[in-house]
Design a protein around this ligand. Structure first.
Ligand code: FES
Length: 147
């Protein structure tokens, strides 16, 4: 039920670890399943993401999506990194089973949280970046009622 790419990124996750003196760090959790992800970004003076590392304490789908997300944001500008949505990450992984889609939100939110931290430290505003949630489960019930 998992694509080969998901299995590959789960078994051999890329860019695991920490970046010392990172330009931005973001931590996001999901209180419902208890999973946590931390994303580190190293951003150069032109606003290009030079390096990206992550640590995930979570399920296999969360590990695979964070791994793919780090691959996708590397080399992008902070503005371009906003396009790395959970959907983009899932597409790059050839999809996730429907019950695991929420896991991919951790990666998107952790990138946003790290970008938010970077912007705050540098006193800049990243167009289109909203203040990230620290718990992606927040407000989920309200959303569900709309369906
Ligand atoms: Fe929690 Fe996947 S079950 S992130």
């Amino acid at each position: 039920m998992y694509s080969e790419k998901v299995m590959d990124h789960f078994q051999n996750p890329r860019n695991v670890g920490e970046i010392e003196n990172a330009s931005g760090v973001g931590t996001v959790g999901n209180a419902k399943c208890g999973d946590i992800m931390r994303m580190y970004l190293d951003i150069d003076e032109n606003g290009v993401i030079r390096d990206c590392k992550f640590k995930t304490f979570g399920c296999g789908a969360a590990v695979a999506t964070s791994s793919m997300a780090t691959e996708l944001v590397k080399g992008k500008t902070v503005q371009e990194a906003l396009q790395v949505t959970n959907k983009a990450v899932m597409d790059a992984l050839d999809g996730l089973p429907p019950v695991k889609v929420h896991c991919s939100l951790l990666a998107e939110e952790a990138i946003h949280a790290a970008l938010w931290d970077y912007a705050k430290k540098h006193g800049i505003k990243i167009e289109g970046l909203q203040k990230p949630k620290s718990d992606i489960h927040e407000g989920e019930e309200e959303d569900e009622e709309e369906y």
